[in-house]
Design a protein around this ligand. Structure first.
Ligand SMILES: *Cc1c(COP(=O)(O)O)cnc(C)c1O
Length: 422
């Protein structure tokens, strides 16, 4: 019998299977909410196309590549000393336009939704307008009276800050001690106010919230609780379904889909997993991956205390090289929804993420940040759990969550650290 609490306290890598998973949806959301978010992103596509040259090739739709990683899978079989059944793919949110991480989904979506709400209310925009008009000076001037604030470990701040500044908003990003220096510098170059903390993510969020409170011109993007972020992330699933179809990849009784998502506070992976369950139902099996030092979602779901318990309460330090996942207390919104929709969560050590970072660079020529690799070990855990018959036609997707914007000298540091571990 597995002692979950002991494994967590000992920082042991392990897979936890969620006993409450029932493929039921207990949330207050539905497919029409996802559809509403998708339609909003469509309305904004002409604007994004105009503002960001990188999004021209997709006419303002921000979507990431989906690629097979056969060479890496072969290498993992050697390293783990076992055959890995099913085919491994990467969903490269690391390469999303504008901010180079999964946060380009939810973060940008919430800023756009807020912008739309303000402009509709003011009568400066109608829902069937060509939204590229939002880039004009009058609207920018109007938006400059408003402020957007957020607390972040780095990437959410980047997404919210870059998008807000581009639209004309004043932006304030409260960065936890984990946030990389280059992310702060990049934000400052956009004119974003960066507030730095010596403490972790929860404190940065609390201070961002406090700053926005009592200021009617201020809007706080609440990563611990936001429905808007969640739905922005969920749109990924419909787009993924199209990518699978284009490659003749089936998802059905005999062709199970396994998706492995790196988890911090839970909004990103939760929203994506929610969308995937709505899209593929019981044939999709979603798992989260968390650092051994920051397993806040596993702790919250296992104890059923959700956001009422933090990893500090069980003696962990929430210190990890996977800065995007350095979160000690899970989202209050997401864990409860995942109770019945998530199949499990596994923990992974920093060393293992570094090794996978190196192997992905060597074998697939990909520049990624440590957090992005957490999902890659999922195929190993699932191969230990299930037999060959169940897995021979399986599709495994490691959701690769960030890294294409990491500066070259930072990347070199990651590679050098990883080399020493290999
Ligand atoms: C934020 C982030 C995640 C996890 O998203 P949450 O919403 O915090 O759970 C994963 N990977 C990277 C690179 C991130 O920046």
């Amino acid at each position: 019998m597995q002692d979950v609490m002991q494994n967590l306290k000992n920082k042991t890598e392990f897979l936890w299977i969620n006993p409450k998973n029932s493929d039921q949806d207990n949330s207050k959301f539905s497919i029409s909410d996802i559809e509403d978010a998708r339609a909003r992103l469509d309305r904004f596509a002409p604007l994004l196309e105009k503002l960001y040259a990188q999004s021209k090739k997709t006419r303002g739709i921000l979507e990431s590549p989906f690629v097979a990683v056969k060479d890496l899978q072969d290498e993992l079989e050697k390293r783990y000393g076992t055959k890995l059944y099913g085919k491994l793919y990467f969903k490269l949110d690391s390469h999303l336009p504008i901010s180079g991480s999964i946060k380009a989904r939810g973060g940008i979506y919430e800023v756009l939704q807020h912008c739309e709400n303000l402009l509709l209310k003011e009568g400066l925009l109608k829902i069937d307008d060509d939204y590229s008009k939002i880039a004009n000076d009058d609207i920018k001037n109007f938006l400059s009276k408003f402020k957007v604030a957020v607390g972040s470990t780095g990437n959410l701040g980047l997404s919210i800050g870059i998008m807000s500044a581009k639209l004309g908003f004043k932006a304030s990003v409260h960065m936890s001690s984990d946030a990389r220096e280059w992310k702060k510098e990049m934000l400052r170059s956009y004119g974003v106010n960066v507030v730095e903390y010596e403490s972790d993510y929860s404190i940065a969020v609390a201070n961002g919230r406090k700053e926005a409170q009592g200021d009617p011109q201020s809007y706080f993007v609440d990563d611990e609780n936001s429905k808007s972020l969640f739905l922005g992330y969920s749109v990924a699933a419909k787009r993924l379904a199209g990518q699978l179809k284009s490659l003749d990849i089936k998802v059905d009784e005999n062709h199970p889909l396994f998706v492995y998502l790196p988890c911090g506070v839970g909004g990103g992976p939760g929203g994506v997993a929610y969308g995937i369950k709505k899209e593929f139902g019981k044939y999709a099996h979603c798992f989260f991956a968390e650092p051994t030092h920051s397993p806040c979602m596993l702790l919250g779901m296992h104890t059923q205390k959700h956001n009422e318990i933090s990893v500090f309460d069980i003696g962990l330090d929430n210190k990890t090289a996977a800065d995007g996942l350095a979160v000690g207390r899970a989202s209050s919104l997401v864990g409860k929804i995942m109770d019945t929709m998530l199949e499990g969560i596994y923990t992974i050590s920093d060393d293992e993420m570094y090794k996978l970072l190196y192997l992905s660079y060597e074998k697939e020529d990909l520049k990624l940040e440590p957090s992005a690799l957490a999902g890659v070990k999922g195929i190993y855990h699932i191969n230990k759990l299930y037999d060959k018959e169940k897995l021979k036609n399986a599709t495994h997707i490691a959701w690769i969550t960030g890294g294409s914007m990491v500066p070259d000298d930072e990347m070199l540091k990651y590679i050098n650290t990883a080399k020493k571990l290999i």
